[in-house]
Design a protein around this ligand. Structure first.
Ligand SMILES: [Fe+2]
Ligand SMILES: [Fe+2]
Length: 307
């Protein structure tokens, strides 16, 4: 969007969200009983993904936390006010991610247990512990790298759902996954526009973003929840397969991240596609087979991998 006030960006993504809102039919999905074995086996790989979707709640809580801390520490108030756009967008995106969590959680629970009791069994205390306060252990980001992580993670989400959709047979399940994928693709555009607006609001922002790129590029915002790395390890085969000579998800992700970097930073982007691939493979090697990733001041990248 050109010549934006920031508010009109939020209004734009607000009405897009209204217009493109898919009907969840009150989550009344009798077709769950019709899923075949291939679909069920794919769903069984995705339990951590519903945790990831629900952790959209923690993401936004952590945004507030980062902004409050900067404000308390005397960070420039005008610069912080430019971040109001993110907090305004939080009102739109949090509910969309919540719907993804409810959808995937319900489907996984049914496939795993044969029971349709996911929502009635999820207490608010469990929800808060798992999907809000989880961020306290995982404060790997600065405000700037965190926003970049949200943008680049939506690229990963979109490509992942694209691959999941392509191997699913049941039309109703395919349509839920397609709807989630389209939401994620819209989120990429929204984060990109919002970050562009912040950069355009004051040139000091650009420098802060540039200093945060390497963390923002590879740290997925869903790393904020407990089962992220368990899920990454489980879903890795989906990312690495490039069937029929097509590019694998990881290749598409790196290319798309590279294009976005150029769009945001132009000649100030110092990273090539190969650099991005290397960041990813180094990170995958470091996190492969690990279960927990706790914030630590002692290590250089602030992540202590355990397990
Ligand atoms: Fe999502
Ligand atoms: Fe998203």
């Amino acid at each position: 969007m050109e010549n934006t006030t920031g508010i009109d960006t939020i209004v734009h993504y607000g009405w897009l969200s209204d217009e493109q809102r898919w009907d969840a039919n009150r989550y009344d999905w009798p077709w769950l009983g019709e899923l075949g074995d291939v679909d069920k086996n794919i769903i069984l790989l995705l339990d951590c993904l519903s945790d990831g979707e629900f952790s959209g709640q923690a993401s936004i809580t952590q945004f507030y936390n980062l902004i409050f801390k900067l404000r308390e520490n005397g960070f420039d108030k005008d610069l912080l006010s430019d971040w109001g756009e993110v907090l305004a967008y939080a009102n739109i995106i949090t509910y969309e991610e919540f719907r993804h969590g409810v959808s995937l959680g319900k489907i996984f629970n049914y496939v795993k247990t044969g029971k349709d009791d996911f929502i009635s069994n999820l207490s608010i205390r469990t929800y808060s512990e798992k999907y809000i306060w989880c961020f306290e252990d995982r404060q790997y980001w600065s405000l700037y790298s965190y926003a970049l992580a949200h943008l680049f993670a939506e690229i990963v989400n979109t490509e992942l759902y694209k691959d999941v959709r392509s191997v699913i047979s049941h039309p109703k399940l395919k349509s839920v996954v397609s709807n989630i994928m389209r939401d994620e693709a819209r989120h990429i555009k929204a984060w990109k526009d919002i970050i562009k607006n912040i950069i355009n609001a004051d040139e000091r922002h650009k420098q802060f973003f540039l200093e945060s790129i390497s963390e923002g590029l590879v740290y997925h915002n869903a790393m904020v929840h407990e089962t992220f790395f368990e899920g990454q390890n489980k879903m890795l085969p989906l990312f690495l397969s490039g069937e029929d000579g097509k590019a694998s998800a990881i290749e598409r992700i790196c290319k798309s991240k590279y294009n976005v970097l150029n769009e945001l930073f132009g000649e100030n982007n110092i990273y090539s596609i190969d650099d991005i691939k290397k960041f990813h493979s180094d990170f995958l090697i470091k996190s492969y087979g690990k279960k927990r990733a706790v914030y630590s001041k002692e290590v250089s990248n602030k992540i202590n991998f355990i397990g």
